[in-house]
Design a protein around this ligand. Sequence first.
Ligand code: SAH
Ligand code: SF4
Ligand code: F3S
Length: 481
Amino acid sequence: MTTRSGFAGEGARATSLRTGETPRLHLHSGAPRAILALDMPADPPKTFYLETFGCQMNAHDSEKVVGTLVSQGYRQVQTVEGAELILYNTCSIRDKAEQKVFHRLADYKKLHSQGKRFGVLGCVAQQEGEKIFDRAPFVSLVCGSASYRNLPQMLVQLEAGKQRVTGLDDRETDECFETEFTARTNPHRGYITIIEGCDKFCAYCVVPFTRGKERSRASDSVLAEARQMADLGYTEIQLLGQNVNSYKDPSGKKTFAELLAAVGEVPGIKRVRFTTSHPRDFGRDIVEAIDSHPTLCDHVHLPVQSGSTRVLDAMQRLYSRDQYLERIAWMKEANREISITSDIIVGFPGETEADFEQTLSLLDEVEYDGIFGFKYSPRPNTPSLKLDDVVPDEEKTRRLTVLQEKQREIQRRRYQRHIGQVIEVMVEGRNQSRGQWIARTSQNKVLNFTVREGVSPELGSYVSVVTTVSFPNSLLGEMVI
Ligand code: SAH
Ligand code: SF4
Ligand code: F3S
């Protein structure tokens, strides 16, 4: 369960995402490998369905998977029934997320007898490996994120009738998964992965086990992709990494803050976002880059997890409450007003009422613009699985509710500061029934607006809106002509 915060990008964690109907396939000339070496398959095109769970890294991986499959002669369809190959790109961050894929597989099991093939990709695939074949014997493909570059060969094996194909190696590779083919689903805003994996090993987290060791992509390659996206008309770029600010340029040319600035200087790029930042690696230079580059969005997602130094130690988060608050102070001292959001886990083993109170007091101190709250979920392979002093589920639920209610009040109050402000937004869609346009601010807040009769802003365009009403999770205003 997550706390609603109005930050839809992060919401991808909690929801499943069906990759869009008309992806744009573009050639990424900076990519080091050609994956078209295999023969193009014969007509008619084979069909696939792909459903994505989890974080933005998974959402972007799916764009690469779609691009790779399309380049191999497959066609994406929007229903399981209409597909020959059914793929799930999975998440294993909490138990509920992991169970989703097994529920989906159970729902569609009967379709196997119609000759459909099933594949499990992503973090559950990497975590469970061949055990997935035991649990769901009709699955034919199990492939972790570090093996996607081998998908073309795996597809050939599947087509040749091989019953069980696996791609579970390669996590120690020094390269990120780049492909010539990325089928981006949004024509205005796109992701670029700059760092994969994680070496932090927080006591509760599966990511280091599912995504492997940390590896960064060369800054020249990132910039080449950013320029190419700008040429294609993208105006917003979101740089991705499990810990995006732990970035270490393998070519040694740029720090993370310098890379941010350089992407922000690419002609045509109006907004640069980056997620997720780890407090341990969060330097003042990032704040300075935001201050000096208006194209860098004034929003930082800096997950704290707990307000108690004792719990942070047990979580092996590598910082104390005071060190975290020091980073918050840097942002509050900035010239631009930086919106700050966070992730919080309640009910970590051994978390006392007093520890939890410290998390609540941290909310008051920081005054976040949004949080994602989670009940601690014990995960395979993680050190905290062995900890005693488990917090009962009802108590975790209670703490999560208290946390969410407190944060809602903070947001109700804080969002009011935008009333009367004229804010530039990117137009994202239209709510016909309400007669409103849906848009997003640089701070990543939803700011819906009305227009004068006869005015019809284009999707992806930037317009100015004066804010008239505030809610805890969004704003409402009128377009300024
Ligand atoms: N790398 C990022 C977070 C990635 S995972 C960071 O370190 O901040 C996204 C969020 O899921 C985490 O911030 C954490 O709040 C939550 N999470 C991770 N493992 C969890 C677990 N075992 N139980 C509950 N929440 C968890
Ligand atoms: Fe997980 Fe910690 Fe790595 Fe974040 S830093 S991905 S929470 S191990
Ligand atoms: Fe989930 Fe894997 Fe992302 S576990 S949160 S999909 S890195």
